[in-house]
Ligand binder design. Sequence first.
Ligand SMILES: [Zn+2]
Length: 289
Amino acid sequence: MLVGLKEVLEEGKRRQIAVANFNTPNLESLIAVLEAAEELDVPVIIAHAQLHERIVPIDRVGPMMVELAKRSKTRVCVHLDHGEDFEYCKRAIDFGFTSIMIDFSDLPYDENTKGTRMVTDYAHEHGVDVEGELGALPEREGSEAMDVRKREQPAPGDERELYTKPELVGDFLEKTNVDALAIAFGAVHGLYKKEPNLDMELITEITKKTDIPLVMHGGSGVSDEDYREVIRRGIRKINYYSYMAYAGYAKAKEIVNTVEADYYHNIGYGARQVMKADALRILKVFSHM
Ligand SMILES: [Zn+2]
């Protein structure tokens, strides 16, 4: 069934688990994720990232996501990932998304809070939940390929500059009125080039300031042990995508290289099977199964 972000995150809190957020920019990943969540009877968030607009427009994939969520046996939130402007957020709301993330984290603090508040007020009027971001991840996934606002990159060694500052959390939440907060504590979008070094203590510090559900982006490529630790410390939503997408890619490549002449649909089907296996694996970790 189609539900809001607050509802799945409340279940997450009750069960002391993290709810997985998967981007689903094609039918294969969408089916893979829904089947995996239904099999385990866990809540799930399916998301369309604004930067995937070129790969799959929201007016095509959005209605498909909403309809399949409504028909699902499990609790499914349909979410806009990294909304970058108000207009696009409004479009997602028009298509029936139950949750949006507005990401003004690359703007100066005052612009971030003011812009986020405008979106929050509009979304709440329409019964839609909102995730905001305070602090920033160094790169948006796929941003090198897309015409999105470029972040200034921190100098090596200065990455901590982008981390969420606990002393701003109370003020940010009061000014923006968001329902979930994405924080930055060392994770990186995309495939990791080296082991991420997560500042676990920072999560705990932030949970002392607020009981709002906390969100981790860049959740791919983290060890199972670290996932359990961030969940234990209070992360309730983890955005996981890159490694599932990579698993699908690797399988497609294997099929192309080993099968002489075949149909395109068999590539998609093969990729879907391995993406489902990957989703099952990560959902079990996030749900302590
Ligand atoms: Zn993200």
